[in-house]
Design a protein around this ligand. Structure first.
Ligand code: SF4
Ligand code: SF4
Length: 475
């Protein structure tokens, strides 16, 4: 029985409801009257239900799809402006007791190099990340109660926040670790994490159980209910995601939106972010073994429809995707991207060792291999402002704070100046000459867009202060 407010996985992600939704979407995919009404509702920027969004996903009418793309672009502009927040993943350990068949870290993979960073090695990795200019990390670790217990994760977070190298600092640590207990989530909250990220992988229970044949992750309900426990533990910024390619994408899309609706219904706050990874090649993993792969066009359509269905939720795209795909989907609503990522354990401080080694510790092949400077340069040439902002969580604006910012129309007075000030820091401390030149011109131009005269004046002053060597200003 479908019930968005239930705390039971099988009820808030009801298989029956998803199947009915897909049937409803198929029956209405040519119903232009209904489609127009759904698009009109989306234009009010209050989002769409999983049923409504599923009709648009099933719709093949080119004109209507174009309308959805245009709306996604407009919502992206209105809510997120031309800013793109930057982050990097940091792999702490690839020891894992689970058997996920799509991930090279699965326990039975005997030829992958197993590594776990010591605190000294974390210092080296984070120093390397700081030297690139990163301020926001997402830490990743396999599930292994012996090798990667919560104490190890907590100690690592503490180490990461404590490292101050030159002008570098990691100001926000997001955490992507296995589903855990309320008590452990509380500990993560107390450690000062940003977002807790956990991908569902697939919402299809039967497939989920087959794809996770062994280990604690096999338990579909425990995994699917993790966000509720995280919220109970006080973490109100949670990040959802599915691994597209494992199951039918339309099923996943409906499940993803139902999960968002559930969090909103129970906790009053939707997900902070949604990630849209696709299955990629990796050691021991051949993506063609999964027959639900989606084309770049379908991928773009999914991104656009997520944007119009949950306008207040940030959307993340990683270096799993190529530069070309990233260019295609950025305007459709992506608000955060990773740059210069290494998906191996210890890959930042010693990339050569990984290359020379006969065994890899990578989780997946990175498609976009550019340096952070190249990514920043590329974004600015396309008219985006790369932002290293981490202000909200440090100002205690968690949970529905982004919504509050949006509703009060404070984005241009808050996110925008924060983006410019953090970009200025990047340009001063890490950028190549060419990138710095483009960036300085961009900042000059974008400063004019700050509506509040007082905020504008303060931003001008801080930009000047940053040139003088001061750091870490925020609204
Ligand atoms: S996806 Fe996560 S839980 Fe599964 S094998 Fe990989 S690291 Fe382990
Ligand atoms: S001010 Fe808050 S919402 Fe805006 S970019 Fe910074 S962290 Fe994100």
């Amino acid at each position: 029985m479908y019930n968005a407010k239930s705390l039971k996985a099988e009820e808030f992600i009801s298989d029956e409801e998803i199947r009915e939704t897909l049937a409803y979407a198929d029956a209405n995919k040519d119903n232009l009257e209904l489609i127009d009404a759904i698009i009109a509702k989306a234009k009010e920027r209050k989002g769409l239900t999983h049923r409504e969004a599923s009709v648009l996903l099933a719709c093949e009418n080119e004109e209507k799809i174009k309308e959805c793309y245009e709306l996604a672009e407009q919502i992206k502009k209105d809510f997120y402006g031309n800013r793109i927040v930057m982050f990097a993943p940091l792999y702490l350990s690839n020891y894992c007791v689970n058997g996920c068949v799509y991930c090279p870290y699965h326990m039975k993979n005997k030829h992958i190099a197993r590594k776990k960073l010591t605190q000294e090695e974390i210092v080296k990795e984070v120093t390397a990340l700081q030297d690139m200019g990163h301020k926001r990390l997402a830490i990743e670790a396999g599930e292994d109660p012996v090798n990667n217990p919560i104490e190890y994760i907590l100690e690592s977070i503490q180490t990461i926040y404590s490292i101050k190298h030159k002008n570098g600092a990691i100001r926000r640590v997001n955490v992507n670790i296995a589903a855990t207990t309320v008590e452990n989530y509380r500990k993560l909250k107390d450690a000062g994490i940003g977002t807790y990220i956990l991908f569902q992988e697939t919402y299809h229970k039967e497939s989920y159980e087959k794809l996770h044949p062994t280990g604690p992750k096999h338990d579909y309900a425990y995994h699917t209910e993790a966000m509720d426990r995280a919220m109970e533990g006080g973490i109100d910024d949670v990040g959802l995601g599915v691994l597209f390619g494992l199951e039918m994408y339309r099923y996943e899309f409906a499940g993803l939106l139902m999960h968002a609706e559930h969090l909103e219904a129970v906790h009053g706050v939707g997900p902070h972010t949604i990630s849209v990874p696709r299955v990629k090649k990796a050691d021991d993993i051949d993506p063609s073994a999964f027959d639900n792969g989606i084309s770049d066009d379908t991928f773009a359509k999914i991104c656009a429809l997520i944007r119009i269905s949950v306008p207040y939720t940030g959307m993340i795209i990683s270096t799993r995707e190529s530069q070309a795909v990233r260019e295609k989907v950025l305007p459709l609503g992506v608000s955060q991207i990773s740059g210069a990522s290494k998906t191996s354990v210890g890959g930042y401080a010693d990339p050569e060792a990984e290359k020379e080694s006969e065994t890899t510790s990578e989780q997946f092949d990175v498609s976009d291999q550019r340096t952070l400077d190249e990514v920043v340069n590329w974004l600015m040439k396309m008219g985006y402002i790369p932002s290293f902002c981490t202000a909200c969580y440090r100002e205690g604006r968690t949970g529905d704070r982004f919504m509050t910012l949006c509703k009060n129309m404070q984005i241009l007075n808050c996110c925008h100046p924060n983006a410019l000030m953090t970009l200025k820091e990047y340009l001063e401390d890490y950028a190549s000459e060419e990138t710095r030149k483009i960036g300085m011109e961009l900042i000059e131009k974008e400063l004019e867009k700050i509506p509040n005269p007082k905020v504008k004046q303060t931003t001008y002053e801080h930009i000047h202060d940053i040139a003088e060597g001061k750091r870490d200003f925020r609204f």
